[in-house]
Design a protein around this ligand. Structure first.
Ligand code: PLP
Length: 492
């Protein structure tokens, strides 16, 4: 299967090239030239499989230059004892029409692990396949969860190094502690003054800097991305939509072929886009519900067709969704518009911060997506209500999605079977979750974890308990302008 770029249809690269490169030269995102369609019998064959085999099957559809043996060895490394649940991505049912797809049983307790335990394997294998001799340096801008998950995936992987930048004003205490205590000889973690968009812009500028690339090339190093713009990150995420659907059928609550909705807490649009791919591959999904927090650019866009990032930026209790420019939306727009409009819209976004898609794209979006947003207040009330009435503890991002789902259900007067994609362990956002439960949250770091265990009567995931007493290895905070210098010094 060939891959093309959202800004150059004539481009044609292999999966290995797309994964190795991350972003296309002209700034576009890679995507497969066509979407493989699953037959009913194939879908049924997934029912009896373990998550690992479902992953081999689904990913194999897009990776014909990787053998089945290769993929089997990848899933064995990416999805096994490093997860604290044998089924890897279990769906927890609140009742017959509402399930939570728990994507946080991996080493960093957030859904990013689903992709980032796999990406280093796909990437190093891809580099071999294309005969790349240079070393790769992974450059990451993170709003919190990507950074730790990427560090955990790439730590001490030979032939790679990794640099993670996070916004000083915009990650939780636990997230910061997770990153600054990262082990590994090939890792650098650094705070940047400003918010996530500043950090992401800084990283994009480094990627676009030809002189910088040449300087690194002289050292036989090149840059690649572990952000969700890399196809190698999107692909593993398609799997869990299939897996959760199968688990829904296996639970006896729906029949094979029945449609369900997925409700997805959304930031960069990577998670929900993977769901859209699953739908187009033939998984019986009626609608994907795009849930935002107060940074509701996507809600407005899906409703009106106008994408406008010129608005107040909110720092919320769901920081991984505090995003005004959702990179992966570009892939959806490319798939839904039959001309080369995308390039123009992205130009407009860069220069004016705004673009408008036509009626045709807007109605195509409306056919596949619903949307809504939740305020911090609503999310907190929801965490308390669901804990008090159902004994189920959600994190703040998952709560945003639940709020949006409940609003839509009220509006439409229906209760359609829905899986809420649960993207983080509540223990990653202890302070906000504690506050929601009406408890004191002014403790710091590991103490918060103990407090939440007491307040909720649940156990913290092991990797987070281990943070207690660990010393941070990284403490630098730099200005955006100094980011490339920091990368260069680290690699020198
Ligand atoms: C990254 C993240 C999201 C948003 O996912 P996108 O793919 O960026 O839309 C939601 N919740 C949590 C906990 C995350 O880490």
């Amino acid at each position: 299967m060939k891959y093309l770029s959202t800004r150059d249809k004539e481009k044609s690269v292999s999966a290995a090239e797309a994964i190795a490169q991350g972003l296309s030269d002209e700034g576009g995102l890679f995507l497969p030239e066509s979407i493989p369609l699953l037959e009913q019998a194939e879908l049924e064959s997934l029912l009896k499989m373990h998550y690992r085999d479902r992953a081999v099957f689904i990913m194999g559809k897009f990776l014909d230059e990787f053998s089945k043996e290769e993929l089997l060895s990848f899933v064995k490394q990416a999805y096994s004892e490093n997860y604290d649940d044998e089924s890897i991505a279990p769906t927890h049912f609140l009742n017959d029409s509402t399930g939570f797809l728990e994507l946080w049983h991996g080493p960093t307790c957030a859904f990013k692990d689903m992709a980032l335990q796999m990406l280093p394997l796909l990437l190093t294998a891809s580099l071999k396949k294309i005969g790349e001799q240079r070393k790769v340096c992974i450059l990451v801008a993170t709003s919190g969860d990507t950074g730790k998950a990427a560090l955990e995936g790439f730590a001490d992987v030979s032939g790679t190094s990794i640099v993670v930048f996070y916004p000083r004003d915009g990650v939780s205490d636990v997230q910061k502690l997770q990153m600054t205590t990262q082990r590994g000889e090939n890792v650098l973690v650094c705070a940047v003054e400003g918010n996530f968009d500043d950090t992401q812009t800084g990283v994009k500028e480094i990627f676009g800097d030809k002189d910088f690339a040449e300087k690194l090339n002289e050292k036989s190093i090149f840059l690649s991305s572990a952000n969700s713009i890399n196809w190698g990150r999107l692909l593993p995420q398609i799997v869990y939509y299939f897996s959760s659907y199968c688990d829904y059928v296996n639970s006896g609550r729906i029949k094979m072929g029945d449609e369900i909705d997925f409700c997805v807490p959304t930031g960069n649009f990577g998670d929900i886009l993977a769901g859209w791919y699953a739908k187009k591959m033939g998984l019986p999904i009626r609608r994907l519900i795009c849930a935002s927090n107060s940074n509701n650019v996507l809600t407005d866009f899906i409703k009106t067709g106008v994408y406008d990032r010129n608005r107040k930026f909110f720092t919320t209790i769901s920081p991984s969704m505090d995003i005004l420019v959702s990179s992966n939306l570009e892939r959806l727009l490319f798939m839904l518009s039959d001309d080369s409009a995308v390039k123009g819209w992205m130009e407009e976004l860069k220069t004016t911060g705004k673009y408008e898609v036509g009626e045709k794209v807007l109605s195509a979006i409306a056919a596949d997506f619903d949307c809504g947003f939740a305020t911090d207040e609503e999310a907190k009330l929801c965490i308390k209500k669901v804990f008090d009435t159902e004994g189920y503890l959600m994190d703040t991002h998952t709560a945003d999605a639940f709020v949006v789902l409940e609003k839509l259900r009220r509006e439409k007067g229906e209760t359609f079977p829905t899986v809420i994609v649960s993207t983080a362990s509540p223990y990653k956002f202890c302070d906000s979750v504690l506050e929601s439960l009406g408890q004191k949250s002014d403790l710091s770091g590991a103490k918060l974890i103990n407090a939440l265990e007491e307040a909720s009567g649940t156990k913290a995931p092991l990797p987070l308990c281990g943070l207690d007493g660990k010393r941070p290895r990284f403490s630098d905070c730099i200005a955006k302008e100094d980011m490339s210098k920091a990368v260069f010094n680290f690699l020198s």
